[in-house]
Design a protein around this ligand. Structure first.
Ligand code: Z57
Length: 830
């Protein structure tokens, strides 16, 4: 229950804060007010940090009236909304996004100029909130942007990690992780509400008791922490809407502190504090490889329990009839990370609200939906019964009961097929008894979706075949998308202006309008201007990389980019073997350097700190880079750049400059990819496999505008079935053998043959992701790239067609699909 009265009234219930469009004078005044009254400094004495904070506060002030109105409207109309449950939100910087959304970009620049401040310096002050690992977290950020822009009521729920994704540095070419202390100077974009903290309980035991003749179970928990909400504005683009992102931070309960303190055990009180704060201390840096750590399950339950209680107690009106919940809310589960919300929801309905099990279960099956983001078996979360039972004993009981009743239904439909029963059980018995969270989510969810057509198909056919047979209507697809606000308007203003000039302004919220560019692709003058935008973006990237890492990008080079998490299935090694092949051909004198198409290769990739092979591959990329970049023969021909700490901010500079987008995962492994969409929308051509959303990109842009290579998923399956022996590919392909031999010889490790030996022997004798099998096809496709790049004008035409035909990949479209197929949430009235 809220501690504050809810309905205090006054004619000025929402203060008359400024609202745009606004004058530069008004903005300056508000900025100086914030600088003086919130930062406590005079303009003449202020630091860049002070100025950045005051600017951020000023932007906030302009959004505030709308935010308050939207919260009130949501309370008044009680429209159905989406509670997006996600352990990660990879937001990127907020200042520019919020300026753009509120139409204040120009006003703010002018106002800062009048104060003698360079707004660029303030932009550079912002530390991006890196509260996610990669695609999954960035997708959540794109989705909440789209929902706000489409006026769909939404609360994003997640965790306010004190340390986000680690900062990557290289020492002698090897990854070294630094903590991401993003909150050191404070965070102007958040609104903490410690007074609205929730208590979240863990541990203890369950006991049965007699409830008027019915035996029930109850949970006697053992310890607790508090969850403090921090609210963030999520402004829609030019529509005056502002949704909320609510991230939870963990702290010690005051009772806990006091008890220890009063007993004189100050040390113990502080220990409890430290223990509690630990829960939201740091983001787990594994992308797609869960470690099964207890703290991780604590994080998951912590934010799910706080979010569900927040929605039921604070968002719903008092006395709300729970039977009508499906009219008010859908909880969307972003992967399995928040699936513990399902038994928590059941526990609240049954144990706390006294609802009958069957009624509660019927509601649960309408109020949850599950998005699966992977096909990798090792990425499907499983919690040992041991651990789960220790941390959440009542939830384990609830899961057992859900499973029992589910398996009864399975028996009814399929008969006593014990093999099938074992395969479908939410509880697996080997190698240890554990809970399969994806199965629990599938049973509980109203819908289950994959994130690209191919992925959803494989999900049905390969990952959850028994479930899709059992629940034929549950499975659906929603192909991912990206927000055109951040990834075109903000990241590529020159292209945005060119598009607006050609098509008018509406495309930012109606991306299919990019189709209109098809006609312009045939106009030589338009092509020249498009090419000039690309060249300017390369120069801008070159400046950023020079400033950041002292790297240079030469004019006229084909910019070949592979940026994404380092994972073996994504095959950075395949890209690297291509580079080593080019190098080796020149070094051995078989090819003249002058015959190479000048290329700059850019890598960006973080490796999970415990992922040895990934870290070794990073070391190899850097080592090859050092040798290639230092070779005078290759000067002006080949450059390999690996800027450390790839993040959203760097992505926004790299993607608009790219000519070639590397999307080269083994077919059947990348669920969707979203970088692939960002590149195509910014006029890069893709070299890619038939995997994830690449399939849909190629269908849309056409074979002439996409460099396809590699085995298809069925071909991969067939090769596994025949027996894959990578060493045969090594023996039979001269280029491949020479490239691998060169690495093995120590040519990139100062003669040391041991450093990269584990990579080479893994490729030769294991190669789970068939790098060697796809090598020849990849090299061939890269030769087609070189040839195509010779005709700059034709290349530019293809690039324009990529932009024109990729409007489908707006996250606005993804949101429409979720609304139509899963959520059934109407947009809030104006
Ligand atoms: C993650 O970033 C993704 C899947 C996961 O299971 C985890 Br854990 C983290 C990615 C997929 O690898 C991408 O293919 C996909 O585009 C992205 O999620 C968004 O759906």
């Amino acid at each position: 229950t809220p501690t504050q009265p809810r309905a205090a009234t006054h004619p000025l219930a929402i203060a008359p804060v400024p609202s745009p469009p606004s004058s530069v004078d008004g903005f300056v005044k508000q900025f100086l007010l914030n600088l003086n009254f919130d930062r406590g400094v005079a303009l003449s004495e202020s630091s860049v940090t002070d100025q950045y904070f005051a600017l951020a506060y000023t932007v906030r002030d302009y959004l505030m009236a709308r935010w308050l109105e939207d919260q009130k409207r949501q309370r008044d109309t009680q429209a159905k909304g989406v509670c997006y449950l996600s352990a990660e939100y990879l937001l990127g910087r907020q200042l520019d996004n919020n300026l753009l959304a509120s139409r204040l970009t120009d006003v703010a620049s002018e106002a800062m100029a009048q104060c003698g401040i360079d707004i660029e310096a303030l932009r550079a002050e912002e530390v991006e909130p890196g509260l996610g690992n990669g695609g999954l977290g960035r997708l959540a950020a794109c989705f909440i942007d789209s929902l706000a822009t489409m006026s769909v009521p939404n609360i994003g729920y997640g965790i306010r990690y004190e340390y986000g994704i680690f900062r990557q540095t290289f020492v002698d070419g090897q990854q070294v992780e630094q903590p991401d202390a993003w909150l050191t100077y404070g965070n102007p974009w958040e609104f903490p509400h410690p007074e609205a903290a929730q208590t979240i309980w863990f541990g203890g035991y369950t006991e049965t008791y007699d409830d008027g003749g019915v035996t029930r179970s109850r949970w006697i928990p053992g310890w607790s922490v508090v969850a403090v909400p921090y609210n963030y504005m999520v402004p829609g683009y030019h529509n005056g809407r502002v949704n909320t992102l609510r991230l939870w931070s963990a702290g010690a309960t005051s009772s806990f502190d006091l008890r220890e303190f009063n007993s004189g055990d100050y040390q113990e009180a502080v220990r409890a504090q430290v223990f509690a704060e630990n829960i939201s201390k740091v983001l787990y840096p594994e992308d797609s490889t869960p470690q099964g750590k207890e703290l991780r399950l604590q994080q998951q339950y912590f934010f799910c329990a706080a979010s569900i209680r927040d929605f039921l107690d604070n968002v719903l009106p008092e006395g709300f009839d729970l039977e009508r919940l499906p009219e008010r809310v859908i909880f969307q589960l972003n992967d399995t990370h928040p699936v513990i919300a399902v038994p928590e929801f059941m526990r609240i309905l049954v144990d706390e609200r006294g609802m009958e099990w069957d009624a509660a279960w019927a509601l649960t099956q309408q109020c949850f939906a599950y998005t699966c983001h992977t096909l990798l078996p090792e990425a499907l979360e499983v919690w040992s019964v041991d651990l789960l039972g220790r941390l959440l004993p009542r939830h384990l009981e609830i899961i057992y009961r859900i499973n029992e009743e589910f398996l009864l239904e399975v028996r009814e439909k399929f008969g006593d097929d014990e093999m099938r029963i074992r395969n479908m059980s939410i509880i697996s018995e080997f190698p240890q008894r554990s809970v399969r969270m994806a199965y629990l989510a599938t049973v509980a969810g109203a819908k289950v979706n994959g994130v690209a057509e191919l992925h959803s198909q494989l999900l049905r056919d390969k990952v959850l075949p028994d479930f899709s047979e059992f629940y034929p209507d549950k499975f659906t697809n929603v192909t991912n998308g990206v927000t055109p606000r951040r990834f075109i308007r903000l990241a590529n203003p020159a292209l945005a202006d060119l598009i607006t000039e050609a098509l008018g302004a509406g495309w930012t919220v109606d991306l299919e309008r990019l189709r209109g560019l098809e006609a312009h692709a045939e106009d030589p003058e338009f092509r020249a201007r498009f090419a000039e935008v690309k060249a300017a973006n390369k120069r801008r990237l070159s400046e950023v990389l020079w400033h950041r890492d002292r790297f240079e990008v030469s004019d006229g080079h084909l910019l070949d980019v592979m940026v994404k998490r380092l994972h073996e299935y994504k095959r950075q090694m395949l890209k690297l073997l291509h580079i080593v092949t080019l190098y080796e051909r020149v070094a051995s004198g078989r090819v003249a350097a002058s015959d190479l198409t000048p290329r700059t290769f850019i890598f960006g990739a973080k490796a999970a700190p415990g992922y040895d092979m990934a870290k070794r591959i990073i070391h190899l990329i850097n080592s090859v880079g050092s040798v290639v970049n230092a070779d005078p023969v290759l000067e002006g021909r080949l450059k390999v750049l690996f800027p450390p700490n790839y993040n959203v901010t760097l992505a926004e500079r790299v993607i608009p400059a790219a000519d070639l987008s590397e999307q080269i995962s083994l077919a059947g492994k990348e669920a969707s990819g979203t970088g692939n969409m960002k590149f195509a929308l910014n006029g890069a051509l893709t070299i890619g496999t038939d995997d994830g959303a690449n399939v849909e990109i190629r269908e849309l842009v056409g074979d002439d505008n996409f460099f396809l290579f590699g085995q298809t998923e069925p071909e991969v399956e067939a090769l596994w079935a025949r027996g894959y022996r990578p060493a045969e590919f090594y023996r039979e392909n001269d280029d491949l053998r020479r490239a691998m031999d060169l690495i093995a010889s120590g040519a990139f490790s100062g003669g040391d043959r041991s450093v990269f030996e584990p990579i080479m022997s893994n490729l030769l004798y294991d190669d789970r992701f068939m790098v060697l099998a796809d090598y020849a096809s990849y090299i061939d496709a890269q030769e087609r790239v070189d040839a195509a790049y010779q005709d700059q004008d034709a290349w530019t035409r293809s690039a324009i067609l990529n932009v024109a035909r990729c409007g489908f990949f707006s996250s606005d479209r993804s949101m429409r699909d979720y609304i139509d197929r899963i959520w059934h949430t109407p947009p809030a009235p104006a």
